[in-house]
Design a protein around this ligand. Structure first.
Ligand SMILES: Nc1ncnc2c1ncn2[C@@H]1O[C@H](COP(=O)(O)OP(=O)(O)OP(=O)(O)O)[C@@H](O)[C@H]1O
Length: 629
């Protein structure tokens, strides 16, 4: 048997927990006032494990899943056996009685303000429970706002002219019909499935119908979780709107400039509270959020709190991509409800608006009517390797992926089976040769910053990890050294800054207008070529030059993590996987990396690691689906 302190000390020395986990568990297990040391140690374990899992992105832990077998992959066989022996080999009933023993002041069913909540065997921090309940409450109470009108049918027919040659359902039209009638629209689709095209048509229809009915205009705001994603939305939305067969006066009402969610909500430097919240709601009739899979649970809860009651919410994203860095997978959880099908009432509405007869089902959460999946890719032709590869990864067919990669059938995918250090060195050499191309565009006598930035954006090396030779830091150093060796860059000894150094911002700076994920290139200052400045392309197309010494936290950006690449696209993407398996290597990570490529993907990995990565699917723990009725 073990005390709470001895247990936590053991976990700390194993390196599995960080000081925050340790101190939280110690604090609460002491405060729980348990006289039995075994119960105290078990409670300390529940708290420490909850803390670890929330840091890993889960909203809660499910007590059904806390078993020796399930935890083995995190602790290792020997350690979990010892740990379980120390804890008296607890079963579900023991975990439940531990929660019961500590009393309602510590663990309640969520009705009291206790530090922890136990709901349907799910163990939460109170804060996470509140977020989840608020988000569920919102999605449970959204309504069907409009009945189909002849006006709406006419607009849809203009935007989606009938294609008599095809008997297929046009899901873009269905998504548009659904979005103009429902208060909430949730649209998921892979790369090039027409999400932006669809959203431009949704907004155009809503503006046109509203104007004719009320002779007024809607306040529409477009937003995305990161600066990069907002910049891409700005660009793609304006291009899509420009091609619509509608009046210019309608086009003018569709927002062209997207903002980040932090900016939208009025994030403040000196406070973690937003300017806009329940009592000071946003002034908006329609809020569109792109890359919604990157929105975490606390942020979704803040958005919902700041939305006026009447406003429409449109969430756009790809449910197969990585979930947010912080806890929760709201978009993914919502999209799972698609399996319930549509209500009879909803299929009638869709039939009236589009002519398509969808299948109807009974007994499903009302929010399921708001979800639409776009599956047909218009970017990747059927003979495109990237499209096929992405689909195979998505369904987890590792054998077919290996077959596809080793048959050299497609000219847009390259696979380098990387098992030796020579192959690793060759991989770095290959990447260096791509980076030399953008460095060639830097001619100090005639600097064209836009060309340099767009040339750099053509190729990117993505990796799964931060540390080690396969992580961002190791790879950046290696690439930099090789470029120095080859004379493609030059710098004074020990100097961090040199002409051509690409950097990525790691922390938002509202005062500078630079955001986490923004990438800039170091070049001679326009007003003094002896000085260096870092040049960024802003979402509105302007170039911003900032002295290196004023930059917020940043790092060199030849290589970047797949997480950071979410929301960006590059013509050519190289992905390098480590030579050791890590739980970070998951199917959605690889899918996200591959779908960042517009024209070419180069994959560097051993077949074993690749297979393991594709087979590994992480489901984030949350109770949201259960709370949606
Ligand atoms: N129904 C359609 N018929 C023909 N082409 C289409 C259709 N829908 C979209 N496209 C074209 O396919 C390309 C991708 O469309 P779009 O940018 O809307 O997709 P997306 O899902 O937003 O892509 P991304 O992966 O960049 O988010 C565009 O060139 C667009 O014009």
């Amino acid at each position: 048997m073990v005390s709470n302190i001895a247990l936590l000390d053991k976990l700390k020395s194993s390196g599995l927990i960080v000081p925050l986990d340790f101190h939280l568990a110690l604090f609460f297990s002491r405060r729980a006032n348990l006289t039995d040391p075994l119960a105290q140690a078990r409670f300390a374990f529940l708290v420490v494990w909850l803390s670890v899992e929330v840091r890993a992105g889960h909203v809660c832990i499910n007590l059904d899943d806390i078993t020796k077998v399930n935890l083995e992959y995190r602790f290792g066989f020997e350690r979990i056996n010892n740990l379980y022996a120390d804890l008296g080999n607890p079963k579900l009933t023991d975990w439940l009685s531990t929660c019961h023993l500590v009393g309602q002041n510590m663990v309640s069913d969520g009705e009291m303000l206790s530090p922890f909540v136990l709901n349907k065997h799910r163990f939460y921090f109170q804060r996470m429970w509140q977020y989840e309940k608020q988000v569920a409450n919102y999605f449970n109470h959204t309504i069907c706002l409009n009945k189909p009108t002849s006006l709406a049918i006419k607009e849809l027919d203009i935007l989606f002219p009938a294609n008599y040659a095809s008997a297929e359902i046009d899901w873009q039209k269905v998504a548009t019909a659904s979005a103009i009638t429902q208060q909430v629209a949730i649209i998921s689709g892979g790369p090039g499935t027409g999400k932006t095209t669809t959203i431009s048509k949704i907004l155009a229809t809503l503006v046109a119908v509203h104007r004719q009915q009320f002779q007024s205009d809607l306040r529409i705001v477009a937003a995305a979780p990161t600066g990069k994603a907002a910049a891409r939305l700005t660009e793609s939305l304006s291009a899509a709107v420009a091609t619509l067969p509608i009046d210019d006066s309608i086009k003018e009402r569709i927002p062209i400039e997207a903002v980040t969610l932090h900016r939208l909500l009025g994030a403040r430097i000196d406070s973690n509270k937003f300017l806009y919240y329940k009592d000071n709601p946003l002034s908006v009739d329609i809020l569109l959020i792109d890359e919604a899979s990157m929105v975490d649970l606390p942020m979704m809860s803040s958005i919902i709190a700041a939305l006026p009651k009447h406003a429409r919410l449109i969430l756009l994203g790809d449910k197969e991509q990585l979930s947010s860095v912080e806890a929760g997978a709201v978009f993914g959880d919502l999209c799972e409800l698609l399996a319930h099908g549509y209500s009879h009432q909803h299929t009638l509405i869709i039939k009236q608006l589009t002519g398509y007869q969808l299948d109807a089902t009974n007994n499903h959460p009302s929010i399921a009517d708001s979800i639409c999946l776009l599956q047909k890719s218009y970017r990747f032709a059927s003979q495109s390797g990237i499209g096929i590869l992405a689909n195979l990864i998505k369904i987890g067919d590792s054998q077919e992926v290996i077959r596809l990669l080793t048959h050299h059938q497609y000219r847009d995918i390259y696979f380098y089976n990387m098992t030796t250090s020579e192959q690793y060195e060759q991989a770095i050499e290959n990447c260096v040769s791509h980076y030399q191309s953008y460095l060639h565009t830097i001619t100090p006598s005639l600097l064209d910053v836009e060309i340099i930035l767009s040339s750099f954006a053509k190729f990117r090396l993505l990796c799964a990890l931060r540390d080690g030779p396969f992580g961002v830091q190791g790879l950046n150093k290696l690439i930099e050294n090789l470029l120095l060796e080859k004379g493609s860059i030059s710098r004074r000894k020990q100097e961090a800054w040199y002409i051509g150094r690409p950097v990525m911002i790691l922390k938002n700076s509202f005062s500078l207008g630079l955001f986490n994920g923004d990438i800039g290139i170091t070049l001679p200052a326009a007003d003094d070529s002896n000085k260096l400045k870092v040049y960024f392309l802003l979402p509105n197309g302007e170039i911003k030059a900032v002295s290196p010494f004023r930059l917020p936290e940043h790092e060199t950006a030849y290589a970047m993590t797949i997480h950071k690449s979410q929301g960006s696209e590059f013509e050519h993407v190289a992905v390098i996987l480590p030579n050791q398996y890590s739980p970070l290597l998951t199917r959605s990570l690889l899918y996200t990396a591959v779908t960042r490529a517009k024209q070419t993907i180069s994959l560097y990995s051993s077949k074993t690691i690749l297979e393991k990565t594709i087979s590994s699917k992480i489901n984030r723990q949350s109770g949201l689906a259960d709370l949606l009725v």
